[in-house]
Design a protein around this ligand. Structure first.
Ligand SMILES: Cc1ncc(C[n+]2csc(CCOP(=O)(O)OP(=O)(O)O)c2C)c(N)n1
Ligand SMILES: [Mg+2]
Length: 396
């Protein structure tokens, strides 16, 4: 993809594929027989849609960074380098709005919203706080139940118990549906995460917890808040199934999530999906320098070579788009043709995100809420025994 020197992490600016990592990427799609079988079922279009989703996430974040630079917003929380952990998982679900599976994305999983079908403009409006944003200007955490996206609140791990609630409802109604949420390595240290993992395991709920280990929680490194090297033993501790996945490999995430969802649908949930990835920036746009001081430069270099978009692009061009589990050798001409197809997709997605940004800025010019509007919709209207005044926050 086109690189953005003003906004990309320095490791991405002159990104070139590392041949060893490309080989590993290819090997991983066929190493596990069950994942291989899942991936063998993917159509060319599915593979390109995953690429589209990764790009959309990166470009959504570039837009936010541009706005920070221009003073439109004060800061933004990005998923740079972690896009595959979100996009691969979401694409493996049944994305059928209210009738389908439900996801609960944290702020670093913005890609889940647009990949479930929410318009990018609405997500950007969330940041701008306009009246036509999903929360009518109240919060930048956005969701939309019409697209199966549960709106998060900012308290980390609180979504886990909420998603258990949905999964419990699916189970009690005998519905063939799954709930999925992402729990950061840091969020796993909150008591509510423990409650959620335990309750889900004890009740065998159809829920997937993607443990998104990006090696850091705000300014605290994994080794400062976590005893073991990783999360591989956490399934055993709770008596739940655990799968491990490469969080920078969109197809590995896709395959693992599909297997996890199958297990849940068969009544054998929950599944913990431990995904290893790395936060290529700061906690948000304000502390990038601090984050760079938190880790040795070598770690950024190592993960920088594993850009989930660059690697996937290379994989597709080297035959992955024709057959993801047994890619044919592509010659120069063939690779050129595939690359130009990918470029065309990139142009479309870039245009889509730019137009969304334009529409969101229009809302900022014309649809910002007035002060008193903050009082509306705080309490449910017409609740039994409630007064209409309660809907506007009076007398409470
Ligand atoms: C209950 C709670 N405590 C503290 C915070 C402040 N806080 C926001 S993000 C964060 C770190 C989260 O780390 P992690 O779960 O690893 O997610 P990441 O930011 O790395 O994606 C903290 C402590 C919060 N939002 N909620
Ligand atoms: Mg983290």
């Amino acid at each position: 993809m086109k690189r953005y020197p003003a906004f990309d992490p320095p490791e991405y600016v002159d990104w070139e594929p590392d041949p060893g990592l490309v080989d590993e990427y290819r090997e991983r799609t066929s190493a596990d027989p069950r994942r291989r079988e899942v991936l063998a079922g993917l159509e060319r279009q599915d593979l390109l849609d995953l690429y589209r989703g990764l790009l959309r996430f990166r470009l959504h974040d570039i837009t936010l960074q541009r706005w920070v630079r221009r003073g439109v917003i004060s800061k933004a929380w990005l998923g740079t380098g972690e896009e595959a952990t979100t996009v691969g998982a979401v694409h493996a679900l049944n994305r059928d709005g209210r009738q389908g599976d439900y996801v609960g994305p944290m702020i670093r999983n913005a890609g889940a919203c647009h990949e479930m079908g929410m318009p990018v403009a609405d997500m950007l409006r969330g940041y701008l706080g306009s009246l036509d944003s999903p929360t009518e200007g109240r919060d930048l955490h956005v969701g939309d139940m019409d697209h199966g996206v549960v709106t998060p609140i900012s308290m980390v791990s609180s979504l886990s118990t909420v998603m258990n609630g949905f999964a419990l409802a699916f189970q009690r109604r005998g519905e063939d549906r799954v709930a999925l949420t992402w729990v950061g390595d840091g969020a796993t240290k909150h008591g509510e995460a423990h409650e959620a993992l335990n309750f889900a395991a004890v009740r065998e709920l159809p829920v997937i917890f993607v443990i998104q280990n990006n090696q850091v929680a705000l300014g605290t490194r994994l080794d400062q808040h976590h005893g073991p090297e990783d999360f591989s033993e956490w399934g055993r501790a709770y008596g739940a199934d655990l799968l491990e996945a490469d969080g920078n490999h969109v197809l590995d995430m896709y395959a693992a999530t599909r297997l996890a969802a199958d297990r849940c649908r068969a009544g054998k949930g929950p599944v913990f999906l431990a995904a290893e990835t790395f936060r290529m920036g700061g906690h948000a746009t304000h502390d990038v320098e601090e984050a760079r001081r938190t880790f040795p430069a070598e770690l950024f270099e190592r993960w920088g070579r594993r850009d989930p978009i660059g690697l996937y692009e290379e994989f597709l061009a080297r035959g992955g788009v024709e057959d993801p589990v047994d890619p044919p050798e592509t010659g120069r001409e063939e690779r050129k043709r595939i690359r130009s197809e990918l470029e065309e997709i990139e142009e479309q997605v870039t245009r889509q995100v730019e137009e969304a940004a334009e529409r969101a800025l229009e809302s900022r010019r014309e649809r910002m809420p007035e002060g008193p509007e903050a009082e509306g919709g705080v309490f449910a209207e017409g609740s039994p025994g409630g007064t209409s005044g309660a809907a506007h926050g009076e007398g409470r």
